[in-house]
Ligand binder design. Sequence first.
Ligand code: A2P
Length: 334
Amino acid sequence: MKEYKIAVVGATGVVGEMMRRVLEEKKLPIYEYAFFASKKSAGKKITFMNSEYEIKELKEDSFDEKFDFALFSAGGETSKKYSPIAASKGCIVIDNSSTFRMDENVPLIVPEVNIEDVKKHNGIIANPNCSTIQAVVALKPLEDKYKIKRIVYSTYQAVSGAGKHGINDLENGIKAYGDKKIYDLEKFKYEIFNNCLPHIDVFLDNGYTKEEEKMINETRKILHRPDLKITATTVRVPVMNSHSESINIEFENQFEDEQLVETLKNSKGIIVKDKIKDEIYPIATVASGTDDVYVGRIRRDNSIEKGVNIWVVADNIRKGAASNAIQIMEYLMD
Ligand code: A2P
């Protein structure tokens, strides 16, 4: 069996750390690893698969030693500069930033949904936004069966999606509560502890946030439905990990309630948790640490003729980032 050499870029970040953990779990045919981050982390030692590795500073010549794959999660600017360099040296980049997602020459992939698109890559493959990934895993089987007419997204997103500084803001808020201590916010404009902030990424001229726009555009691209009607409100909530989403879907075609639930149950990557008489539904603490997308609270939208509401929860750092990227890489390994 062929063996590969891979690089993890942004290896010290929240997603980079998870990439290391998922790689340890999966035991893929990889004979050599290299871990890159900024100058600040260069020389730092990490333990990976029971061996010690040194974090290297990412530089323009980092990809001169031949890599088969590079998993990038080091922010948009780093991707913009270094992904094309890596790709020009024959390395396949799987990029977690938003830089290339809407580039028509770059496939945007969720393996359960549109893995066949990956064949069109030119050296760079984009990993979608975390909230989009879990949404489209749930939407794709319904799109195939009933054809979607319109989607309304409302998200409840964990602080881990905002990186280490986001996690620190919630942890510091929890520690300070009761003691009435003053602490400096590292990431958010307002305290995330005790608040829901309807503001993820920057505001755009049209009043939406960039996160909302990403969900809209990326869903259209992944489902191959460029004109699909979608609206979104994305909210940061004081949850450490795993995003929750309320998704309202209107279909073109009529559906039977039971058949819709069965369709979800029989789809790859989905676990249906929906037994309201026992108060069973998807929650963030159950999704955390897994690669599945949990769907529950499935109920008809009685305000329209052909609509349904679903509640979708997944680990935003695993399925929403690291695991999705590694699944793409696995697919490309012979
Ligand atoms: P470092 O830890 O050295 O700053 P997070 O989003 O969780 O904060 O993680 C961001 C990741 O991206 C970290 O691994 C960080 O490394 C890395 N990173 C940030 N800027 C650069 C850069 N210019 N070159 C390489 N890695 C970078």
